[in-house]
Design a binder for this molecule. Structure first.
Ligand code: ADP
Ligand code: MG
Length: 249
């Protein structure tokens, strides 16, 4: 677990908005080990998604350094960043972001289109991923004919399409009811146990407590960086770790 996959040092991010310079991230230092499950918490507008976009190589910081798998990312050209992103990062979204005209299977195949994988192989892999998330009976459904929880499972299968080292999930349970959200968290926990590094944004303490570590951001700076044990103690979860039984909450 000493193997750092993400090393962010004193990152700042400002946006030029209508002639005003808005300082959104104000010196964030964050290290994530390979195989860790980290939750990023904080109120709306605190900069969580901005930080996730930088971690996911979707955006560049204004200042500071970001090493991914030991490699400095600052000097990379756009094409190299794009390649590194596709190879390393899988994204899961609050509103699923599936393509409505395509089946679940096709949605999961889409990220593979850029990897030069033959059509037959793509379909086989997408099917295995949908089986992995428990959707073997929904391969040919379109997003509108799936429940919210099923859509998010397709979203997770799609995020896994290129076997990323890191899964980035921004409010993945934000559009789901509590029970369905918990089923999705159980799936994340399984992926974590299989060795995936997961970074999950949430503003919900009940969701954050599933992670190994909870980083709390406020106003663009890290306020707290708590292990799961400390987080559970602080918030009075006497019963300890969240239960594995989806029906219990
Ligand atoms: P969170 O995800 O914690 O709710 P965000 O990272 O989305 O917060 O946004 C933090 C702040 O940065 C917000 O005040 C938002 O309006 C501002 N912001 C985010 N992206 C941009 C942008 N592209 N241009 C200007 N302001 C932005
Ligand atoms: Mg956000």
């Amino acid at each position: 677990m000493n193997n750092k996959i993400i090393e962010i040092e004193d990152i700042q991010k400002s946006f030029n908005y209508g002639g005003n310079l808005l300082s959104i991230l104000k010196g964030i230092t964050l290290h994530v080990s390979s195989g860790e499950f980290v939750a990023i918490m904080g109120p709306s507008g605190s900069g969580k998604s901005t930080l996730m976009n930088i971690i996911g190589l979707m955006d560049r910081p204004t200042a500071g350094s970001y090493r991914l798998q030991g490699q400095a990312t600052e000097g990379l050209h756009e094409e190299e960043r794009c390649r590194l992103r596709n190879k390393t990062m899988g994204f899961v979204f609050q509103s699923f972001n599936l393509l409505p005209r395509f089946t679940a299977l096709r949605n999961v195949e889409i990220p593979m289109l850029y990897g030069g994988i033959a059509a037959f192989e793509r379909s086989k892999r997408a099917q295995a991923l949908l089986e992995r998330v428990g959707l073997e009976h929904r391969l040919y459904h379109r997003p509108n004919d799936l429940s919210g929880g099923e859509r998010q499972r397709v979203g997770i299968a799609r995020a896994l399409a290129n076997q990323p080292s890191v899964l980035l999930a921004d409010e993945p349970t934000g559009n789901l009811d509590q029970r369905t959200g918990k089923e999705i968290l159980l799936l994340f926990r399984e992926l974590h146990q299989e060795g995936k590094t997961i970074i999950m944004v949430t503003h919900d303490r009940e969701v954050a407590r599933w992670a190994d570590r909870v980083v709390t951001i406020q106003d663009g700076a890290i306020l707290l960086n708590d292990t799961q044990e400390v987080f559970l103690q602080k918030h009075g979860y006497d019963c300890g770790k969240p239960s594995l039984e989806p029906g219990l909450v």
